[in-house]
Design a protein around this ligand. Sequence first.
Ligand code: BG6
Length: 483
Amino acid sequence: MATPGAFVIFGATGDLARRMLFPSLYFLDADGLLPDRLRIVGAARSVLTDAEFRKQAEGWVRERAGAFFSEKAWESFSKRLSYAAGDSTAPASYKVLVEKLKGAEGGALFYLSTSPTLYIPIVKGLASVGLASPPNGLMVEKPIGNSGRTCDQINSAIAEHFPENRTFRIDHYLGKETVQNLIALRFGNALFEPLWNRYSIDHVQITVAETLGVEGRFGYYNDYGATRDMVQNHLLQLLCLIAMEPPSDMRAGTMHDEKVKVLRALRPIRDSELLEKTARGQYTRGVADGKTVPAYAEEEGGKPSDTETFVAMCAHVDNWRWAGVPFYLRTGKRMPIRHSQIVIEFRDVPHSIFTGAPLMPNRLIITLQPEESISLTIMNKTPTLSQGGYELQPLSLNLSLLDAFKGEKRRRIAYERLLLEAISDNSTLFVRRDEADAAWLWVDRIIEGWARTGLKPTSYPAGSWGPAGAFALTERNGHSWHE
Ligand code: BG6
């Protein structure tokens, strides 16, 4: 497929476009990574001239780029920009777009940075003027529905016009450098593979903790909750990268095939197991990031709600490699610190010859955010003389990626990588439809189970690590969260 001649952003004046999309495109251009002929069209309701739109976009890019803003790079980038005003539910808007896209060789890529309720109307609008067929492509982001059923409805409407290989479903975690490094860690090193299985690994923990609350998104979040907002996509994608079999190459189809096998191997959690294998929480008033913050139920006018702002789960991947190995997942808002971390805990030594304090199992700790690091805890002899032999203590071999790549000028926005991949027609870092379906299937069953059994979130103070049930979840198996 040829590279597109135009990149069109619907919702061009919205928050995502301002903070992520335009700055990302600007940086790609400044680094010489955009095709020369690529035009960028912003589409939104506000009535603006091209010049007015460019002025607004300059403000967004300046703000995001800070010291990395270059007048020269902006001047060149701004020449690519134009604007198409219109209501995306009005047929006339699409005629304007057709005019704008005249002569765009290689077709156009449409990015829907709008409310998901507009996804289907936009696809239909594009189809009505002949813009919804290859080589044109579509980029969409979650929430694509709020259940497997509604996700399928939207995907089916898209698939009537855009084939799967021209549909790029974004999970922005896959655009993170640190998440891609998981692939490098596993498949670029021979060291781990012989140990990467049930014989050596005792359990896995995946934590994505945020100090933020719902940040003005109560309306959306209250319908979703942590399970749909984070587990169905980001956490399960991380689980896939940890649990998947080594793919034979990096092609999109090969990678997706391996990931989907993991998702399909996730053992369904039965209603009778929900209390033991899941914990839902909702934050109450507390202190987060050094500030006193309101309870979730007091956000935006105070509506009592059963939405979880924290969830922990114990998952199992039922296959030969992982049989019997718990994968603990945990994510929450208003946690004590912001960090995303994967902990691989290895098995205990089969027999200890040391008589002192018990040995600690080795842990491979991969921190994805805020600073990327990899560390391996190993038992060491304490350099002391003591009667009766050895004293041992766990110490870490640490690799700080921040220090290793000190020369790198700036931290890339995850969207830079994703936009570039879509423009280059590579779907490896996007989510294939069957992956999304398999992830929903597992998550839907849990959410429906909570409704069937009346299991409500329990409270946790903002600034803590979640409700008591989250600790019981690991302790029941003799494990504890790494904090
Ligand atoms: C989004 C969720 O997908 O990811 C947000 O909708 C969440 O609720 C965000 O805050 C977290 O992303 P990051 O990149 O800050 O870890």
